[in-house]
Ligand binder design. Sequence first.
Ligand code: ZN
Ligand code: ZN
Ligand code: ZN
Length: 332
Amino acid sequence: MGELRRDPVRNRWVVIDPERPDREAALKVEAQPPPPLSGPCPLCPGNEAMTPPEIIAFGESSRQRNQTDWSVRVTPDLQPLCRIEGDFDRRPEGPFDVMNALGAHEIVIESPQHLLTWAEFPEQQLERVLRTYRMRSLDLRLDGRFRSLIVVKNNADAAGILRHPHSHVLALPFIPYGIEEELRGCREFYARKERCAFCDIILHERVSRVRRVVETDFFVVLAPFASRFPFETWLLPLRHASDFGKIGEKELVDLASLVKRTMQMVGKVLGNPSCTIVLHSTPFDEPHTHDYHWHLEIIPKTAPVAAFGWGARLFVNPIPPEEAAALMAQQM
Ligand SMILES: [Zn+2]
Ligand SMILES: [Zn+2]
Ligand SMILES: [Zn+2]
């Protein structure tokens, strides 16, 4: 018999049921060998001409633009979801709202090395990647057309065409639904209690410890109470902060090492599954300084999500987060 649990931020009920038949599949994922490359990798050093001209890159000061010898490189995406030039041309179509797909879609090429996961990254390289996210967040918010920024990474995604380590930075003229839902929940929570919902969660999980995986001076890693997916993992700053763009250097260095450790733990428990890692931070134009709390969400791709999950947004998770947290903590 499962248990129904409500997420206090999203106000969503989730079924946690360790007797589901897909439980075994969610506990072990076969690592997929990388698909053969059909041609040269456009993200590898030496192939800089295969990407759009770079936005920024980090390397020696003598390095020329769009040449090799970089450590991290940012370019527009090869197949962008949205374009940076033009205007919105907002228009109705009967009851529907339409506008041009305007926004920034950049890729962060995280390393010159072709096949490397975050668990394998040198810590300094992960620091460079996180600094790049911070820099892009601070830069893109200067464009008044953009309301929000998300960073999405698919770690070791066998299905992806590009196995070269990279992540997507999207600055959008709207707030994506996943963040909107959290903002709404946090605003309501704050209106009632005058406290940040995520701060309350952190406080509780640090005391009870049953879903806490690990913590450092600045961050905590936990399996959320109403985990939608097996081994869903959140990484949150201990001290209240709504905006990732304002992260300090000390915290950033700590975060890099913790992200690496967390990915190593996930990898050891599940056998290096593909993971989606998402950065959720406050929108540019609505700072939500008091009621929102930035965080990273890590979602390993284990068992396929049951059809009712996508159809009705009803999530059934066969791995209780207490068990996921304990299994991960054992790997430290
Ligand atoms: Zn490559
Ligand atoms: Zn908070
Ligand atoms: Zn979130």
